[in-house]
Design a protein around this ligand. Structure first.
Ligand code: ADP
Ligand code: MG
Length: 623
């Protein structure tokens, strides 16, 4: 057999290698910003169109390149930053692999304009799919401007893999944040589709963080500082009371490079131990300066993972430094004593040992007293939240019904509950609800379960789970039929979010509106909300949106449907009445009836059982 091995042509090799460096537009942004920083720029401008799919341009005022260097910069392994392998251990630059420009040029249309200070004129080079198509002399200011157009134009599979503009823009903003936060003494601007997204002036670390995450961030920050032979730690942690459900604001920088480190993240969490509510994540912006020889940043092509020589010492130091800061700034004690304990019920409840359920009988309870009350209503109006303090809204719900019932039907009689008991139990336990539920009794057990009887025995409904199912189906109906009911707020709610969070919410704005949200003006990291879904209360809106952001961040849904589903699930989880909330009898009945009016009453949106049944046979066996 003849020889079959051949060397891949350069442009093919480059395309393959590009896959490692360039996953999405945000990867290009990162590489170009880092090159500008390595070129000692003081002002860096990022211009994006269509979330980077059509244009990514970075303009810097750095040292520029000579004609030869400009041409060479697109060759693989062409770098001015290291000369030998030893240099790898003394790195002071972001780049060193000499791969970024070669990779980008293999999969996009690239235009470079560059000029060094000493030169009269600059160089302009155009490259398409690794081929130089033009090289000219040009007039351009000192520094370098690179535009990357039509990313992945020659790899359709990759291009098709890109997510929606909103998602890709989010990734770009993430990279921009990371680079800008690592270099507060440089000026950064960012434009998207012609409008300014960020304009970050020269500043210090604190101002830079505030400029990025919004004015309200300032009061949340606790400074962290420590200097040892091994490491200099500086930066900030967020006060525990501002800890979020989303992990969004967690940043480590090592020698001005953003890195990911689950190990160090653990150290920060350990410092916060006992100060955070369940599922809350502290914000942190930690800057570590270490001897470049003590780290290895060569282990990952995008260089976000690094290896420390003495990880354990670093862990211990970071933890104790943060602990110390939290103590020094009196953050810990304030939290302990100023807590509103009434807010804590669900958490306390959680840690308690479960008691053996006991049935408490209210001897004064007369099931026939409220004979006009029926729970069969499943109109959207009836889904008003359970958490409203007064039962007024509940009564209101039934007012209309009462008269309706009276005119359309004979008065329910005392036998209805008996009838109910004698009903055949089929797939839907409450099939004949109008007749059967008017008078039947429910009990709330341990502020967690609703117990009611059926012919064959009893049903035990988990109130939180059942309500999740009810709200979930209601929201889905609202979204798909655009029929949700809104509550107008007397005073608009103003909630602040970071730009990234706002970008994330934008991706589901339409669905949110279909659940009943009405958005007003949006400016300076603040969203104004003038109407909220009828199923939610004003108090829970901010937690609801935070949880939603968190869920959207962790699961990037691909299709419109799964996004709607994720949104409905997330909101239902936030809105559903918690364990520990006492429900009035009519609320209990409403819950049971609405649950069994659902399309899939047996499980929560996350497939957990919503109720169990206990038959008389099973009870008999226990005696
Ligand atoms: P690396 O950054 O790893 O060296 P790149 O492919 O990103 O590799 O860049 C190749 C070379 O091109 C760099 O080493 C640098 O000399 C030059 N270069 C890239 N971008 C710029 C810029 N914005 N200004 C000046 N020189 C640049
Ligand atoms: Mg580079």
């Amino acid at each position: 057999m003849s020889d079959i091995i051949q060397l891949l042509p350069d442009h093919v090799a480059n395309q393959i290698a590009a896959g490692e460096v360039v996953q999405r537009p945000a990867s290009v942004v990162k590489e170009l910003l880092e090159n500008a920083i390595d070129a000692q720029a003081t002002h860096i401008k990022l211009i994006i169109k269509e979330a980077g799919k059509t244009l990514i341009q970075v303009i810097d005022d750095g040292i520029g390149m000579s004609v030869t260097d400009a041409r060479l910069s697109f060759e693989r392994h062409a770098t001015s930053k290291i000369k030998s392998a030893e240099d790898l251990f003394e790195l002071n630059t972001k780049g060193f692999r000499g791969e970024a420009l070669a990779s980008i040029a293999a999969i996009a249309h690239v235009e470079l304009k560059t000029k060094q200070e000493k030169d009269e004129v600059g160089t302009e080079i155009k490259i398409e799919g690794s081929e130089v198509v033009a090289q000219e002399i040009c007039v351009t200011p000192k520094g370098t401007a690179i535009s990357v157009k039509n990313l992945f134009y020659n790899i359709p599979a990759r291009r098709n893999f890109l997510k929606s503009n909103a998602v890709e823009l989010r990734h770009i903003i993430d990279e921009f944040h990371r680079v800008a936060m690592a270099h507060p003494t440089l000026k950064f601007d960012m434009y998207h589709n012609g409008s300014e997204v960020f304009n970050l002036p020269l500043s210090n670390n604190r101002q830079r963080i505030v400029n990025i995450f919004g004015g309200k961030t300032n009061e949340k920050l606790v400074p962290v500082k420590e200097e040892t032979d091994l490491v200099t730690i500086s930066g900030f942690v967020g006060k525990p009371e501002y800890a979020k459900r989303s992990r969004g604001e967690q940043f480590f920088f090592v020698n001005d490079r953003f890195i990911k480190s689950p190990y160090l993240n653990h150290a920060v969490n350990a410092a916060f131990e006992g100060l955070l509510k369940d599922k809350a994540h502290p914000s942190y912006f930690i800057y570590l300066q270490v001897d470049p020889r003590s780290v290895d940043i060569n282990i990952h092509p995008t260089k976000t993972e690094i290896k420390f020589e003495d990880e354990h010492a670093l862990y211990a130091m970071l933890r104790s430094t943060i602990k110390h800061s939290l103590g020094q700034f009196n953050v810990a004690p304030v939290l302990d004593f100023n807590r509103d304990s009434s807010m804590d019920t669900p958490y306390e409840y959680k840690s308690k040992m479960a008691k053996t359920p006991t049935i408490e009988v209210d001897r004064s309870f007369n099931p026939f007293k409220e004979e006009k009350i029926t729970g069969s209503n499943t109109s959207s109006k009836s889904y008003t939240s359970f958490k409203k303090e007064s039962t007024g809204s509940w009564e209101n719900l039934y007012v209309g019904l009462e008269s309706e019932m009276e005119t359309t039907k004979p008065k329910e009689n005392d036998f209805s509950s008996v009838e109910f008991e004698s009903e055949e139990v089929t797939g839907s336990i409450f099939e004949n609800e109008e007749k059967t539920t008017a008078n039947h009794t429910t009990y709330q057990l341990q502020r967690k379960y609703i117990v009611t009887t059926i012919k064959s025995g009893m049903v035990i409904v988990n109130q939180h789970r059942a309500h999740q199912r009810i709200v979930y189906e209601e929201l889905l109906r609202g979204i798909t039929m655009a029929s949700a009911v809104s509550q107008q707020l007397l005073f608009p709610l103003k909630l602040s979010f970071s730009k990234k969070e706002i970008a994330l919410l934008e991706t589901v704005k339409e669905q949110l509106e279909n659940t009943g949200f009405i958005f007003g003006e949006q400016r300076l990291g603040e969203i104004e909300i003038t109407g909220i879904p009828a199923v939610a209360t004003e108090k829970e809106v901010s937690v609801l949106l935070e949880q939603l952001i968190n869920d959207l961040e962790n699961e990037v849904p691909d299709s419109g449907f799964s996004q709607t589903d994720l949104l409905a699930k997330s909101m239902a989880r936030s809105i559903a009445v918690r364990t520990g909330v006492e429900l009035a009898p009519e609320q209990q009945q409403y819950m049971v009836n609405s649950l069994f009016a659902c399309t899939e009453p047996t499980i929560t949106p996350d497939n957990k059982p919503t109720f169990i049944t206990l038959t008389v046979d099973e009870i008999d066996k226990k005696f």
